[in-house]
Design a binder for this molecule. Structure first.
Ligand code: DAH
Length: 334
């Protein structure tokens, strides 16, 4: 009898409990209703009366040992779980950080541009990516069959044989037309958006990119104000000591037209970079949207966002901006 009891005691002592399953196995083997501890007490009826006190004491010891072992093992398991899954006890302990995502470099550059023009009193507007010929070309003073239309290789979208082809907008300038049709001057908006051109895909060119258009229409808007606005933009964007120059240029929808360059320092010495086209809204454009060109004047500008982002972040291949490769994007966590 005593041997049997000591045998159970030994089994309890040598049982290894390293995980939840083993803890449960222990419970079943010793502590359940049919377990060894319970059946051990069943043997009591065979114990002669004069031995009952001694055997009972031993049995109680074994029973307590089983309960103690079970409770201790349970606490130990809980502790190691806490270690594994983080600080349950001390919430000030650092936890492993999880991936939180980051701004796309294009959105970063765009946000900077937006902030600058919001400061300068512009609001933000937008328009459709799928345009018609009127908004993308005709209303912007591109004459029919004029070579100026070839300045921008166009993706056409056919709706049906009868209807005129639509175009994926080649620039954000058509939104100028929409704004002026919608609302009387004064107007002072920037229009960020995606544009599309049928160009070969290389490290330097892509079939889509991003522009920010600007339009200011009011009484007595002057070329001086245009240049002042652009210089202010360049200083806020590239630093107050930015070196810039303004050159005459040509766009069908502005007269006169200009382009602005900024000096970009690099290890190889530096170079002039064209950052935007601009000009005074051509009276023909005002006419196409019934704005009185005797009463109002205005200026417009358009800039590429991709190039700004590439220079800013040292990205040498435009395709990286559109691949959405997580290994690339991860580098822009702030
Ligand atoms: N739309 C022109 C382009 O994509 C850029 C541009 C030039 C926009 C002059 C303007 C502007 O508003 O006045 O090349």
């Amino acid at each position: 009898m005593l041997d049997k009891i000591n045998d159970i005691k030994e089994k309890i002592q040598s049982f290894s409990i390293e995980n939840e399953d083993e803890l449960e196995a222990f419970r079943l083997e010793f502590l359940s209703r049919n377990g060894k501890v319970q059946s051990m007490f069943g043997l009591m009826k065979d114990v002669p009366n004069e031995k009952k006190a001694e055997v009972g004491k031993l049995m109680n010891e074994v029973k307590n040992l089983a309960h103690q072992t079970f409770e201790n093992a349970k606490v130990e398991l809980l502790k190691s779980e806490e270690k594994e899954f983080g600080a349950l006890e001390d919430i000030t302990l650092p936890v492993e950080s999880t991936y939180t995502g980051s701004y796309h470099p294009l959105n970063r550059a765009l946000n900077e541009i937006k902030q600058i023009f919001l400061r300068l009193g512009f609001n933000i507007a937008d328009g459709p990516e799928l345009e018609d010929d009127f908004h993308n070309f005709t209303a912007l003073n591109f004459p029919p069959d004029h070579p100026a239309r070839d300045m921008q290789d166009t993706f056409f979208v056919r709706k049906s044989e009868e209807e005129q082809d639509l175009v994926l907008r080649t620039h954000t300038s058509p939104v100028q037309i929409r704004l002026m049709k919608e609302k009387e001057p004064p107007l002072r908006s920037i229009i960020p958006g995606r544009v599309f051109r049928n160009e070969a895909v290389t490290a330097k060119s892509y079939f889509q990119f991003n522009q920010v258009e600007g339009l200011y229409v009011n009484v007595r808007v002057t070329m001086g104000e245009l240049i002042e606005t652009l210089v202010m933009f360049a200083q806020l964007m590239y630093g107050s000591d930015v070196k810039y120059r303004v050159r005459p240029s040509y766009f069908p929808f502005t007269e006169p037209s200009i382009e602005m360059d900024v000096w970009w320092e690099s290890e190889k010495g530096g170079q002039w970079l064209e950052i935007l086209g601009a000009g005074m809204v051509d009276p023909n454009v005002f006419e196409s949207v019934d704005v009185d060109s005797e009463k109002y004047t205005g200026f417009a500008f358009g800039m590429g966002v991709d190039r700004i982002a590439m220079l800013r972040y040292g990205i040498d291949d435009i395709r990286l901006l559109y691949d959405n490769d997580i290994r690339f994007l991860e580098q822009f966590k702030s």
